[in-house]
Design a protein around this ligand. Structure first.
Ligand code: APR
Length: 240
């Protein structure tokens, strides 16, 4: 496919797009799941069993956001969203806010966001940069004991799936950046896009579980490769 002829684009990102900003991935050596059993942290049952451990895990990751910043991959994606003449739909598995800090205004956080609190007592979700736990009063209803991290845990339904599926059906270019392709439904997006005729490109430092499904696999660091890919897409086709 001539990338400068791409119309509607869907970009899926994973932890690898934020790795060069200094945020740990999940399954690389030294990753978050190497030091924590996800089943004791990232499930509703874990939160019910040991809320303190879960609050501490997400509070530490939320506060770490104050020490990192967007990297060239985030900024290149934001540039594509600004300058591409077609639709660019960015869906991320990441719960950090580095896409926004890299200049993206439309970001679909299918797994939720670290900088959002969800009050189970009143149903409100609101932005916060602070640590919180069971003793913290909800900013909306002032109730205590109802706040949980606004993160989609294993066994819960990711956000915006209807919108994501509509975008996959309408895109002619699907790009996955920095994801291991191990967690569904995100890992299945490439097959969905291909079924609708999209050309598919993977950008990853290594191979992923779904590398063989992509038309093209660009091996390397997102901070270096994403900018080049965006350049290829944005170059204006010769006027015919
Ligand atoms: N550039 C490009 N790719 C990179 C880089 C980099 N600098 N660093 C790491 N990667 C790649 C790794 O090779 C790996 O394939 O990023 C991927 C990170 O994979 P994971 O750690 O599994 O992260 P992710 O795919 O986002 O995990 C998906 O699993 O635990 C759940 O909810 C969590 O959203 C997360 C989901």
């Amino acid at each position: 496919m001539r990338l400068d002829h791409a119309g509607n684009i869907v970009i899926l990102t994973g932890a690898g797009v934020s790795a060069e900003s200094g945020l740990s991935t999940f399954r690389d050596s030294g990753g978050l799941w190497e030091n924590h059993d996800p089943m004791t942290i990232a499930t509703p049952e874990a939160f019910a069993r040991d809320p303190g451990l879960v609050y501490r895990f997400y509070n530490a990751r939320r506060l770490q956001l104050n020490e990192v910043d967007a990297n060239p991959a985030h900024r290149a994606i934001a540039r594509l969203q600004r300058e591409h003449r077609g639709d660019v739909f960015l869906v991320t598995q990441n719960v950090d806010d580095l896409h926004e800090r890299g200049g993206s205004s439309q970001v679909c956080h299918m797994h939720g966001e670290l900088r959002s609190a969800w009050c189970l007592a009143c149903g409100s979700r609101y932005a916060t940069r602070e640590a919180f736990d069971a003793a913290t009063a909800c900013e909306r209803c002032a109730g205590r004991g109802g706040l949980r991290p606004d993160i989609v845990w294993f066994g819960e339904m990711p956000y915006e799936m209807d919108l994501i599926e509509r975008k996959l059906a309408a895109c002619d270019l699907f790009i996955a950046i920095g994801t291991s392709g191990t967690v569904y439904p995100a890992a299945g997006f490439v097959r969905g896009a291909r079924a609708f005729g999209a050309y598919t490109i993977e950008v990853n430092r290594d191979s992923s579980e779904t590398s063989s499904v992509f038309h093209q696999h660009r091996v390397g660091l997102a901070g270096e490769l994403v900018g080049e890919l965006v350049e290829e897409i944005l170059v204006q086709p010769p006027s015919t």
